[in-house]
Design a protein around this ligand. Structure first.
Ligand SMILES: *[C@@H]1O[C@H](CO)[C@@H](O)[C@H](O)[C@H]1NC(C)=O
Ligand SMILES: *[C@@H]1O[C@H](CO)[C@@H](O)[C@H](O)[C@H]1NC(C)=O
Length: 839
């Protein structure tokens, strides 16, 4: 609050003081000097020049032997000047200051004109060198036009983070709300929750910028690649393996971050902060047995591309109105993503109507020449990416090689202008060319939002709603809240607040370990880590067994951490590291009662041994639950919260690793023993399946009502045949047209009842089973999900609205989305309902 007031006061000074104007120029050119300084000498000169200038101004009257009154007045002025400069160090940089005379002459400063016209004017004023300087993530200032520097690279995957360059947390703001890692948030199957998380992140991000503690507002999140293989080190960052879930997650998150409403479409171009759909496309391998993402060529079929890899991006762009896309490191069918005109320009901009900026992943341009050898020279790499439609390079490659590409006449300057147009449009939409930010809707967001009580509650709720109960034999959980009982916590993941956060996390507002949270319930809790680290190459099994024998209840807190799964590091197996399993089994055997096993991990682990061990009563999966995750878990363990999360990905048995991680095929190929991937195509054994999750309550479903269980496609004449065992009639979705699709939307009503003794939040998942098998049809496909809160014994009816073209269609081998005649089944729980498409 205080900070906010100071800011407003200062702004008033700004408006009426010429001093501020010249000082701002000073700071601007000072920054430029620092950025360009080649040696220490010039750096020192730059640093002391302003101080010298002030000193000289202040001391001048003294030299002239002025009167005491005049002297004191000058001293006051001098102090004010110093004060303003001090306060101004937290001024967010912006262009088009209304007190700056040149502002009036710049068309790009005229806020009444359309953005595109303003941007055209701005770009037309730049020299070639200035233009090239803007094509990299750290864009330097252009002092002669009053344009400050801008940092394109900031991260906010599940909270404002310091993983990029634009946010440091080295000023007065020391932390931001750190929500659960995305894979756990996904398990709540609650799009409104995802929206509110995005909203909180966008608000905190904007507040940091307004406070002058961020140098950019373009955040490179969400990560919406399909969690295709359980070994992927970055699977934790994603909303899981289902394209519908990933798509809906992206839409909700992006709308929240960018400042739109939950329903969307209300922004009118303005941006609270900018979100970015990444990594475009088919990126889901980091480093596995010698294959790196930098060199990997993902061989993807048109069918898999159409119904698995692309849909989340299409949603992110079309419904989410994301203002950014990041092209991936990997190649797709031979072409580097960042050099793929078909992908960036034809598909994203053309087909999906994307109008934002496209950034490369960091150094993803240099690798096109260096690692992939896809082109013959660095200049060719630059030409390829700019012609493909990429706009900014994370790295410095475009800064280094664009000039020579122009000089060699390989690159027309118009390609650079095209990119700059997209880049400056975003900066304008963020309000950075509208003069003083405090005059704009998002310019007054204050730092009181950062780590606010409301955001802390949201961090707790999202952890509570995501955590999945995987096993609960004989209702072992919840534990009684008894003051007299004895309890032991064992495991290497029990006492680390850092592990709770996962990757791409910033410093959190609060830090409470799971152990501390449990100790709040049971004072005398005994603790032993059991293993040296999560790697658990050495375990103190005897000691842990000794402890377990003495207490009433044992909670084991095991799993993975970032040493086992992370960016640039995929797993090679699916089991718990080192001696973890041995420790768990031994402790469970020795304990008086069946133990509670808590797993912290992003990717799935084969814990079949624990699933079938009678000495293990309950199992909870908590992903990486964020800064409030310890409290959420303790509340679930002691019955203050009823768990309701459901798995957003398949848990495969350990022998799944015989499948090459490099095999991108979603569909199985029985002849070669290839099992396929995810619940939509994999029919093999599972440890836990997609959507699995228990609760302290039991819920029942009744598929009550389906409006229009027959859909007539006999309006248009274009019926095609496909040769199979039988002949199938189908029509392409694009031929049917959006009007037909809209007019034939139908609703499905499901009655849900909570049969338990506790209130609970329960996600209802609605699937579609295609009428026919094979030819690449999924086994089943999620078509809708909704979360409902029900008291004990309460029932409710929830409506799903289905769009036949979206939810009843399928991809042909050529990647064409079609609707087939025949009967499909809507499935919720054990309930099935036929729905027939008639030609
Ligand atoms: C924070 O870190 C950045 C980058 O290292 C630096 O430029 C900036 O001056 C630092 N800010 C403070 C207040 O220390
Ligand atoms: C489509 O079939 C239905 C049911 O047989 C019929 O009522 C309807 O008139 C048909 N529409 C057209 C355009 O043929």
């Amino acid at each position: 609050m205080n900070f906010h007031n100071i800011k407003l006061n200062r702004i008033q000074i700004d408006k009426h003081s010429q001093v501020t104007v010249s000082k701002k120029r000073l700071i601007l050119s000072f920054n430029l000097h620092i950025n360009n300084s080649k040696n220490k000498k010039s750096l020192i000169l730059c640093y002391f020049f302003p101080i010298y200038l002030i000193h000289f101004t202040c001391m001048l009257p003294v030299y002239r032997k002025m009167s005491i009154q005049k002297l004191s007045l000058t001293t006051l002025t001098c102090f004010t000047l110093l004060l303003i400069i001090r306060v101004d160090s937290t001024q967010p940089p912006f262009s088009c200051d209304s007190s700056e005379p040149s502002t009036k002459s710049y068309t790009f400063c005229k806020t009444t004109l359309p953005t595109s016209q303003r941007v055209r004017d701005l770009v037309s004023r730049l020299t070639l060198d200035e233009k090239i300087s803007q094509l990299v993530n750290s864009a330097p200032p252009i002092p002669r036009l009053g344009i400050p520097g801008y940092e394109w690279w900031s991260e906010a995957l599940h909270g404002v983070a310091n993983a990029g360059r634009g946010i440091r947390f080295n000023g007065t703001i020391k932390g931001a709300t750190t929500f659960p890692q995305v894979i756990l948030t996904a398990a709540s199957f609650d799009s409104y929750m995802w929206y509110r998380i995005g909203q909180a992140i966008g608000t905190e991000a904007r507040a940091m910028y307004n406070a002058g503690e961020a140098t950019g507002m373009t955040f490179w999140a969400p990560n919406i690649n399909i969690f295709r293989d359980p070994r992927w080190g970055r699977g934790q960052e994603t909303p899981g393996e289902d394209p519908l879930v990933s798509g809906k997650y992206s839409v909700s998150f992006v709308r929240g971050v960018q400042g739109d409403t939950f329903e969307g479409g209300k922004l009118k171009g303005h941006l609270q902060a900018s979100a970015c759909c990444k990594h475009f496309t088919a990126y889901d391998l980091d480093r596995w047995k010698g294959t790196t993402r930098y060199k990997f060529d993902a061989r993807v079929t048109p069918q898999d591309l159409a119904d698995t890899y692309q849909p989340p991006f299409e949603s992110c762009v079309k419904q989410g109105s994301a203002s950014g896309i990041m092209c991936a490191y990997n190649r797709v069918n031979g072409v580097p993503s960042c050099a793929d005109y078909n992908l960036l320009t034809k598909t994203a901009r053309g087909l999906w109507g994307f109008h934002g900026y496209i950034t490369s992943d960091c150094d993803a341009v240099s690798i096109i020449y260096d690692a992939q050898g896809y082109v013959k020279s660095p200049e060719d790499a630059v030409v390829d990416v700019l012609k493909a439609g990429m706009d900014v390079n994370c790295g410095s490659y475009l800064q280094k090689h664009t000039k020579s590409a122009v000089e060699q006449k390989k690159l027309p300057e118009s390609e650079i202008d095209r990119a700059l147009h997209n880049l400056f449009s975003i900066r304008m939409r963020l309000g950075l060319f509208d003069g003083n930010p405090s005059n704009q809707p998002f310019g007054i967001v204050g730092t009181d939002h950062i780590c606010s009580p409301a955001h802390q509650v949201l961090a707790l709720q999202s952890a509570q709603d995501g955590i999945v109960l995987l096993k609960n034999s004989d209702r072992r959980l919840p534990l009684p809240k008894s003051k007299s009982m004895s309890l032991a916590v064992i495991g290497p993941n029990a006492n680390s607040a850092f592990t709770l956060l996962g990757n791409y996390a910033g410093p959190a507002c609060n830090s409470i370990t799971l152990l501390q949270a449990i100790q709040n319930y049971v004072k005398g809790t005994v603790y032993d880590p059991g293993c040296d680290t999560v790697v658990c190459s050495s375990a103190s099994i005897d000691k842990a067994v000794g402890i377990a024998k003495e207490v009433d209840h044992v909670v084991l807190i095991m799993g993975l951490d970032q040493t086992q799964e992370r960016e640039d590091f995929d797993r090679v197996d699916l089991v718990l590291p080192g001696k973890q399993q041995e420790l768990i089994t031994s402790v469970a055997k020795a304990a008086k009662k069946p133990v509670i096993l808590v797993l912290l991990c992003g990717g799935p682990v084969d814990i079949s041994f624990a699933k079938y061990d009678h000495n293990i009563g309950s199992i909870l999966w908590a992903g990486y639950p964020g800064e409030a995750g310890g409290i959420a878990l303790a509340e679930i363990i002691f019955g203050d919260h009823n768990p309701g999360g459901r798995l957003p990905m398949t848990w495969y048995p350990r022998d799944y690793v015989k499948v090459a991680m490099t095999d991108m095929r979603m569909r199985p190929q029985p002849t070669s023993g290839y099992p396929g991937r995810t619940y939509r195509f994999y029919e093999g054994q599972k440890v836990f399946e997609f959507g699995y999750g228990l609760s302290y309550s039991k819920y029942s479903y009744k598929l009550k009502h389906v409006k229009a269980n027959k859909l007539y496609l006999n309006q248009s004449s274009s019926v095609k045949m496909v040769e199979n065992e039988q002949t199938v009639n189908y029509k392409s979705v694009s031929e049917l047209g959006t009007e037909f699709c809209e007019n034939n939307k139908f609703s499905v009503t499901v009655r849900v009842k909570n049969h338990g003794e506790m209130a609970g939040k329960h996600p209802v998942l609605l699937f579609l089973k295609p009428g026919k098998k094979e030819n690449g049809r999924p086994i089943k496909q999620l078509v809708g999900f909704q979360s409902v809160i029900l008291r004990a014994e309460e029932k409710a009816e929830i409506d799903f609205e289905l769009n036949p073209c979206e939810h009843l269609s399928r991809a042909t081998e050529n990647g064409l989305m079609v609707m087939e005649e025949g009967t499909h089944l809507l499935v919720v729980g054990d309930e099935e309902y036929p729905i027939t498409i008639v030609f």
